[in-house]
Ligand binder design. Structure first.
Ligand SMILES: Cc1cc2nc3c(=O)[nH]c(=O)nc-3n(C[C@H](O)[C@H](O)[C@H](O)COP(=O)(O)OP(=O)(O)OC[C@H]3O[C@@H](n4cnc5c(N)ncnc54)[C@H](O)[C@@H]3O)c2cc1C
Length: 397
C-alpha cells in the first residue's frame, strides 16, 4: 500500500482541520474535554455536536451524496477518522445508526428504506439501537428466541433483548427475530426495522460499570412491524446480521487512531509524573512497557491499513475487521490500565476528584466493555481461525 496521500486528500484534511478549529465545543482545542456529566445535559451536548457535524457536511463521509452523504472515498473517511482522533472529538450519539445501520441499509436495504431512513440517520433526526443480544443468545446469536409471527398484514413481535445500547433514546431498533422455528438454527431469522415509539415496546435501563445508563433490557409484547420493515428476505436475516456486524467491527477498529493518540498521552504522563523525584519515564519498567506499546500500536496501524486495502478492493468489509477489532480493543484496554497504574493509589479517584485532567478511569472501564461489545475477543479469535485462516470449526456443545 502507498502510504502517501494525494493532493486532493491532503486538501480534504486541511478543510476538515479548519472546520474543527471553528466548530469544536468551547475549550476543546485547549485540552478541556468537558462533556456534562448529568445524563440529560450529556445527551443534549452530544446531539448538538452530531447535528453540527451534519450541518457542516461532515456526516456519512463515504456515503453516496444522493442519500445525503458526503460522497467521499473510503480513504478520505480514514483521514476523517484520523483527524477526529487527533482532536479527541466528542463521541457520536447515533453510533449504531451511523456506523452500522446506515451502511447496512445502503448495502442491503430496499430503495424505500434508503430514501426513508438514511438521511435521517445522518441528520441525527432519528436515533437507532441494535436489538441482537438476548439473555441466552450473545456469542451464540443464532440461538435467539424473540419471535415474529405474521398475522394479516402485520408481524407480531414478542421476546426480550438485553445490553441494547442507546435504546433509552432511540427511535428505531434494528431487530433480529425468529420467523421460522424449524431446527435449522441460522435459517429462520429475519431482520426488522422496529419503531420504538409503540405500545408493545418497553425499555428498562441497566447501569454500566462506569455508572451510566449505557444499555438496556428491551421487552417486546405484541409489538408490530410490516413487510416494508424487513431488511433482506424473510428467514434469511442471518446474512444481513453478519453484514451489520462486519460494519460494526470496522467501526470499532477505527480505534486504531485513538491508540496512536493514547500512545502520545502515555509518553506525556510518564514524563510529567514523578516517583522519588524522578520522572516515571526514567524507570526501566515503564520504558520497557512504553516501547512494547509503541511497537504494538504501529503493528495494529499497519495491519489496519492492510485490511483497509482489502476492503477498498472488495467494496465491502470482510472478516479481517475481526483482526482489527481484536487487536485494537485488547491493546487499548492494556494501555488505559497502564495509565491508571502510573497514577498509583490516585487511580481509584473518580469524576471531579480525579488526579489528572485526562479521565483515564472512565476510558479504562469503557475499554472493558469494548472487548465484549460487537462480539467478544474470544469470538473474534474464532472468526479469524475459521474464516481467515481456514482452520476447523469451533466445537459446538
Ligand atoms: C458495552 C456493551 C455494549 C453492547 N451493546 C449491544 C447492543 O447495542 N446491542 C446488542 O444486541 N448487544 C450489545 N451488547 C452485547 C454484546 O454483543 C454481547 O455481550 C456479546 O456478544 C457477548 O455475548 P454474551 O454477553 O451473551 O456472552 P456469552 O456468549 O455468554 O459469553 C460469555 C463468555 O464466554 C466466551 N465464549 C462464548 N462462546 C465461546 C466460544 N465458542 N469460544 C470461546 N469463548 C466463548 C465469550 O467470549 C465470553 O467471554 C453490548 C455489550 C457490551 C459489553
Amino acid at each position: 500500500m502507498d502510504f502517501s496521500y494525494t493532493v486532493e486528500e491532503e486538501a480534504f484534511r486541511t478543510e476538515l482541520r479548519s472546520w474543527l478549529e471553528e466548530n469544536l465545543p468551547d475549550g476543546w482545542l485547549e485540552g478541556e474535554f468537558k462533556i456534562p456529566n448529568d445524563e440529560s445535559s450529556r445527551i443534549a451536548f452530544l446531539r448538538e455536536w452530531q447535528s453540527k457535524l451534519f450541518e457542516g457536511g461532515w456526516s456519512g463521509i463515504s456515503w453516496p451524496a444522493e442519500y445525503g452523504g458526503k460522497g467521499a472515498t473510503l480513504l478520505e473517511e480514514v483521514i476523517y477518522e484520523q483527524e477526529m482522533a487527533r482532536v479527541k472529538a466528542p463521541p457520536i450519539i447515533n453510533l449504531v445508526g451511523l456506523a452500522m445501520v446506515g451502511p447496512t441499509l445502503l448495502q442491503m436495504g430496499t430503495e424505500y428504506q434508503k430514501q426513508r431512513y438514511v438521511n435521517k440517520i445522518l441528520s441525527n433526526k432519528e436515533i437507532w439501537c441494535q436489538g441482537y443480544s438476548e439473555p441466552n443468545a450473545g456469542s451464540d446469536l443464532a440461538a435467539l428466541q424473540t419471535r415474529a409471527v405474521k398475522k394479516g398484514d402485520k408481524w407480531i413481535i414478542n421476546g426480550q433483548k438485553v445490553w441494547t445500547s442507546f435504546a433509552q433514546y432511540s427511535d428505531y431498533c434494528f431487530l433480529l427475530a425468529r420467523t421460522d422455528t424449524s431446527d435449522k438454527k441460522h435459517y429462520g431469522i429475519t431482520a426488522f426495522i422496529v419503531n420504538m415509539h409503540q405500545k408493545g415496546v418497553e425499555v428498562k435501563p441497566i447501569r454500566s460499570i462506569n455508572d451510566r445508563p449505557a444499555f438496556n433490557e428491551l421487552f417486546f409484547n405484541d409489538a408490530v412491524a410490516y413487510d416494508i420493515d424487513i431488511v433482506g428476505e424473510v428467514n434469511n436475516g442471518w446474512s444481513v446480521s453478519l453484514a451489520l456486524l462486519s460494519h460494526e467491527r470496522v467501526g470499532v477498529a477505527r480505534k486504531v487512531f485513538r491508540i496512536q493518540k493514547v500512545m502520545d498521552e502515555l509518553i506525556e504522563i510518564s514524563k510529567k509524573e514523578k516517583e522519588d523525584g524522578y520522572p516515571l519515564i526514567s524507570n526501566p519498567i515503564v520504558r520497557n512497557k512504553l516501547i512494547n506499546f509503541k511497537i504494538r500500536a504501529k503493528a495494529v496501524l499497519l495491519t489496519y491499513y492492510r485490511n483497509l486495502t482489502e476492503t477498498i478492493r472488495a467494496g465491502k468489509p470482510g472478516p479481517t475487521g475481526s483482526v482489527d477489532k481484536l487487536l485494537s480493543s485488547e491493546l487499548l484496554k492494556e494501555m488505559y490500565g497502564f495509565a491508571l497504574s502510573m497514577q498509583g493509589p490516585l487511580s481509584t479517584l473518580w469524576l471531579e476528584d480525579i488526579a489528572m485532567k485526562q479521565d483515564w478511569q472512565d476510558d479504562y472501564l469503557q475499554s472493558l466493555g469494548s472487548r465484549i461489545a460487537g462480539g467478544s475477543s474470544e469470538i473474534q479469535k474464532n472468526v479469524i481461525a475459521e474464516r481467515i485462516l481456514g482452520l476447523p470449526k469451533d466445537i459446538k456443545y
